[in-house]
Design a protein around this ligand. Structure first.
Ligand code: HEM
Length: 328
């Protein structure tokens, strides 16, 4: 089946597109009702989103336990000669926050976190592919279905919302996957890339050591790194977006990456986790910054190759030991 995707690149067009109700985040066609959809809320997108916002707000400000867990992760890096900023920093910190959002008694194992990342392959439906991630999806669904919720936490709130008729049974199954993926994938990508920038710029690292709050700097870094490069939409009817005609059923890739600086999106689907994401990154970067004010050498930096997400699969840095290395 022919699958046409128009890419919008100008900031003006992207801002308009993200606010147009005729551009749905539901990929439609055969995928419209399947469990592969990340967000099955109806057109106004307020009912499920309100529940999700309520859950995320429990992490604003970052709870003490989350702060302690992040401190422990960074403390472990102190005397290391080599750090992989993805495996040792970005992933474990994002995992702490993702686990705190859902708050299940059973922790998120590294195998489960891999499955959570794997659900990103469901985005292939947007470029005409099938959804190879369904087995990853089913495992994550099963985990949260069987998990014991910590009273008052995110999973508990979702189950109560379903019993009260605020969300459907399908939404109860899919929302934990969507939420953990949203919290884990983007933050992993951002934290690792941001820490790599600090390791390459001792001045920037010094800035984070100064003691003052750095939320503005972190937001600028997020807009520059932009872990989500495109968000995908489908036209539910024909429309014009700042001069570009889009046919009914057509896919639209909205470029939110550089230079558009829309890291957290805009409009009805804009990131409801922005405050948590910025607080988490600011807290973690201020902790790791003192380590990165001394010179480090990049040893191996590998980028992800994904049409939606920008991130690193590995960012290995090594402490410089000789003056020659310092100058390299
Ligand atoms: C640096 C980290 C993050 C970045 C750059 C980011 C970026 C984004 C973007 C661009 C979207 C919009 C997608 C669209 O328009 O289709 C989004 C949606 C979302 N994000 Fe984030 N995010 C981050 C972290 C988080 C965190 C920590 C959470 C949860 C605690 C979260 C929860 C969500 C949810 C639930 C959605 C779906 C919203 C909807 O469809 O209404 N995000 N995020």
């Amino acid at each position: 089946m022919e699958f046409h995707v128009t890419t919008l690149t100008s900031k003006d067009a992207c801002m308009h597109a993200l606010r147009r109700p005729q551009l749905s985040s539901n990929p439609g066609r055969t995928m419209a009702g399947s469990a592969n959809l990340l967000f099955m809320d109806g057109e106004p997108h307020t009912r499920l989103r309100a529940v999700v916002r309520d859950i995320i707000s429990q992490l604003e400000p970052l709870p003490g336990q989350v702060q302690d867990d992040i401190r422990a992760i960074v403390a472990d890096l102190r005397n290391r000669a080599e750090i992989d900023l993805v495996a040792d920093f970005g992933r474990p910190i994002a995992a702490v926050v993702a686990a705190a959002v859902l708050a299940a008694e059973q922790g998120l194992t590294s195998e489960l976190l891999e499955q959570i990342s794997g659900t990103a392959a469901n985005l292939n439906v947007w470029i005409g592919g099938t959804a190879p991630a369904s087995s990853a999806m089913h495992r994550v669904v099963r985990f949260f279905l069987k998990a014991t919720p910590i009273p008052g936490g995110g999973l508990d709130r979702l189950r109560r919302a379903q019993r009260a008729g605020e969300i459907t049974e399908d939404e109860l199954l899919v929302t934990p996957v969507m939420l953990t993926h949203a919290a884990y994938e983007n933050s992993t990508n951002f934290l690792a890339a941001a820490a790599l920038q600090l390791s390459r710029s001792p001045d920037l690292a010094e800035h984070f050591v100064s003691g003052s709050r750095q939320v503005g700097t972190v937001r600028d870094m997020a807009n520059q790194i932009c872990p989500t490069r495109h968000v995908m939409r489908r036209a539910t009817e024909p429309l014009d977006v700042t001069g570009t005609h889009i046919r009914e059923g057509e896919g639209v890739a909205v470029s939110i990456g550089p230079p558009n600086a829309l890291a957290f999106g805009t409009g009805p689907h804009s990131c409801p986790g922005i405050k948590v994401a910025l607080a988490e990154a600011e807290f973690a970067l201020r902790l790791i910054a003192p380590l990165l004010t001394t010179p480090w050498q990049p040893v191996s930096v590998e980028e992800k190759n994904h049409f939606v997400f920008y991130g690193l699969t590995r960012a290995l840095i090594r402490r410089s030991s000789s003056p020659a290395e310092h100058c390299a």
